[in-house]
Design a protein around this ligand. Structure first.
Ligand code: ADP
Ligand code: MG
Ligand code: MG
Length: 245
């Protein structure tokens, strides 16, 4: 589904990702861990198509298409979703309007008719209940005045509504209390199927209580220096990152 080969990325003139390789097949969950500043968020940013992040070498193929030729909104249309480490606030745009517009923009890209408003509302309310999101968050401006936990749960709501094929979660579990983590990962598990893949960036071993990843990768100085299975997470918890480099 996603094939990253020899990726080099620079931001504002400095090189951040170096010779990064990553292969993700349909239905797989990949966890990415790594010290602060190793380039984890840069990887999510470059996959989403943020213009500050310049690919200086290498390729990214998504469903065999050259992702780097697509605009950010076309990448979303193809099924890529990124929950950013720091969700942005959009004053003046209600959460409801934002979600409805996003869904219909993606449907338009796929030559599908817009979703019917009543059907949309029913679906969004059902998912909000699952995620324990209060009703008024629908009519408030996107993320404005939301608590940290509400922002992260709102990201999962977007993900559930947009039904992407590749979901990237950048530290969605950071700063959440135990109950909120459970809610977020339950939501994620509900979305698991044989065709949808996940990249989950996290610092926490406790993710294993909720998610069983297929692969775990360690990013260091912009390069994946080790890949393994979930035992790698436990090893990191015991030994830290030092033994790896
Ligand atoms: P991580 O998510 O692993 O903590 P980041 O990808 O956020 O790491 O950052 C990797 C490096 O790239 C850091 O040194 C950071 O300062 C730099 N960097 C990332 N984004 C930008 C940006 N927009 N402008 C300048 N430097 C950036
Ligand atoms: Mg960081
Ligand atoms: Mg980061």
């Amino acid at each position: 589904m996603l094939s990253i080969h020899n990726l080099n990325v620079s931001v504002k003139g400095s090189s951040i990702l170096n010779k990064l390789n990553l292969e993700i097949s349909p239905g797989e969950i990949h966890i990415i861990m790594g010290p602060n500043g190793s380039g984890k968020s840069t990887l999510s940013a470059v996959i989403s198509g943020q213009p500050d992040y310049i690919v200086t070498d290498g390729t990214i193929l998504f469903k065999k298409k050259d992702l780097l030729l697509l605009k950010p909104e076309e990448r979303a249309g193809e099924g890529i979703f990124v929950a950013f480490q720091y969700p942005i606030e959009i004053p003046g745009i209600s959460n409801q309007l934002f979600l409805y517009s996003a869904i219909n923009a993606i449907r338009k890209y796929r030559n599908q008719p817009p979703v019917e408003r009543f059907e949309f509302l029913q679906s969004v309310q059902k998912k909000m209940q699952l995620l324990h999101i209060p009703d008024d968050l629908l009519t408030r401006s996107v993320n404005v005045g939301f608590s940290g936990g509400e922002k992260k749960r709102n990201d999962i709501l977007q993900m559930m509504m947009l039904e992407p094929t590749l979901c990237i979660l950048d530290e969605t579990d950071s700063g959440l209390d135990i109950d909120a983590i459970k809610i977020v990962y339950n939501g994620l598990n509900l979305l698991r199927n044989t065709t949808r893949s996940f990249i989950i960036i996290t610092h926490y071993e406790r993710i294993l209580e909720y998610i069983k990843p297929d692969y775990v990768h360690i990013l260091h100085k912009g390069c994946i220096i080790k890949s393994g299975d979930l035992t790698l997470v436990k090893k990191l918890e015991e030994k830290g990152y030092g033994w790896l480099y």
